[in-house]
Design a protein around this ligand. Structure first.
Ligand code: F0G
Length: 454
């Protein structure tokens, strides 16, 4: 059969509240033209993020009941620790309430002013946590990553020549090399095992640890299996183990590839750093056997980690995005190619060439998708990245709109509906104008800024 079906059936449902276009126009206006300020019940298809929005399995809901809420030494922690160790192989596992807490823990202990931390591309919370301790976050993606329409199997790769140059000049200032798998900010694109091996070798040559931001590790491993010669006959679990055996530690948001609604961890091999991290954890997150999570959350993660590497699931997951990308591409909507793991990325700068970057074409398209079809997406462009620490504003490298797919939540007909909304938006694209920011905070402005139409 050519149809790749959702490899699950539905036991519990949540109704979607229908709204009219006129109602949505009013709701968006009242939200200061910022989609983050909408109430989720006013959204038909919520593609704002794939983070914490997964549907849990019957086995995960059952595991919740087993959650032991003891302050110290709960069996739920040991099940969680064992699941993480089995999958990734690190010696120490420190639970945190979500990914950015693990990032904060790591960077507050190992980085400071004068340090520089390279990555294929830092996610915004990673960059934020590095900059918050006075260090510099540097993105070194391969050049192909910056060309949305260009097909390349591993656009999440690190540019090895740039990493070598940086390490040769400043390795004493580099406390850690990071790799983000998949590369979220760069379009959900994977890095190859070969590239990861080369990055690890460069880091090792300078005695510098390599840490992986593993948020979407299973999607990355799936693409390695699909696209990397010599990996096709191997299981996703084996590929995952190979990927992480190259690293000295990882930060993780369990809200992505652990099928959980909350949670994260810092895992590492270094005993001394582990001691320091545990001490800091007690100060900021909680005792080391719960780290800001309930015992039931630890159970949901332990079970989710087993389910996420299921290859039927990963095949269906990748296919959903590929299906939407193929259909948008066929109708002439510029998309990031090849399709990424967790989201469809539309090149809004190319779709709305009459809207200059500083008038936020990505944000303008995201607003139109909501008004026309009730779809909530997220700008990843000049609104998110354009404001510099000194308050000045420059166009981001790209103006993308991300349609992030919650895991196991939407069906084929929802995907068809999304395509149909794009058909409608395309007919009116000349009439979509730019915007201006009327109010913004100093950092991470996309969450709370308000806008008006030009
Ligand atoms: N790293 C990556 C690559 C991420 O995508 C995220 C979160 C984090 C770290 C931080 O994890 O949210 O648990 O604190 N990404 C979400 C998103 C917010 O929508 O892409 P967190």
């Amino acid at each position: 059969m050519k149809t790749i079906i959702e490899p699950f059936r539905i036991k519990t449902v949540e109704p979607i509240r229908m709204t009219t276009r006129a109602e949505r126009e009013e709701l968006l206006q009242a939200a200061g033209l910022n989609l983050f300020k909408l109430r989720s019940e006013d959204v038909l298809i919520d593609l704002l993020t794939d983070s914490g929005t997964s549907a849990m399995s019957a086995a995960q809901w059952s595991a919740l009941m087993r959650g032991d809420e003891s302050y110290a030494g709960a069996p739920s922690f040991y099940r969680f620790e064992s699941a993480v160790r089995t999958q990734f192989g690190f010696k120490h596992v420190i639970p945190t309430h979500q990914g950015r807490a693990a990032e904060h823990l790591l960077f507050s202990l190992i980085a400071g002013p004068g340090d520089v931390i390279p990555s294929n591309t830092h996610f915004d919370t990673t960059r934020g946590n590095i900059e918050a301790v006075g260090a510099e976050a540097v993105d070194l993606p391969i050049a192909e990553a910056r060309v949305p329409a260009l097909e390349h199997p591993f656009k999440g790769n690190m540019d090895l020549a740039s990493l070598k140059t940086l390490m040769a000049a400043r390795s004493d200032d580099v406390p850690v090399v990071m790799m983000t798998l998949t590369n979220n900010a760069g379009g959900g694109q994977p890095a190859s095992l070969e590239n990861l091996r080369a990055v690890a070798a460069i880091a090792r040559a300078h005695d510098t640890p390599l840490f992986i931001d593993g948020c979407r590790f299973a999607e990355n491993a799936w693409f390695v299996k699909e696209r990397e010669p010599a990996q096709q006959d191997r299981s996703v679990s084996d590929i995952v183990r190979d990927m992480f055996a190259l690293a000295d530690g990882m930060t993780m948001s369990a809200k992505k590839d652990a099928f959980a609604n909350i949670g994260g961890w810092l895992a590492l091999n270094d005993d001394a750093l582990h001691e320091r991290a545990r001490a800091r954890l007690i100060l900021t997150e909680g005792f080391p056997t719960y780290g800001g999570l309930a015992g039931r959350d630890l159970e949901a993660i332990a079970q989710g980690l087993q389910e996420i590497v299921d290859e039927d699931y990963l095949r269906y997951r990748a296919r959903t995005n590929a299906y939407i990308v193929e259909r948008l591409d066929a109708m002439g909507v510029p998309v990031v190619k090849p399709p990424g793991g967790h989201a469809v990325f539309v090149d809004a700068r190319a779709f709305l060439p009459h809207v200059p970057p500083l008038s936020y074409p990505g944000h303008a398209l995201a607003c139109a998708l909501y008004e026309v079809g009730g779809i909530r997406s997220c700008e990843i462009g000049t609104v998110m990245f354009g404001r510099k620490p000194d308050g000045s504003e420059v166009p981001a490298a790209m103006d993308l709109v991300r349609l992030a797919m919650p895991r196991r939540v939407y069906t084929q007909s929802h995907a068809d509906y999304v395509v149909e909304v794009f058909e409608e938006v395309k007919t009116m694209r000349e009439s979509i104008g730019g915007l201006r920011i009327t109010h913004e905070p100093e950092a991470l402005r996309h969450f709370t800024a308000t806008f008006e139409r030009l």
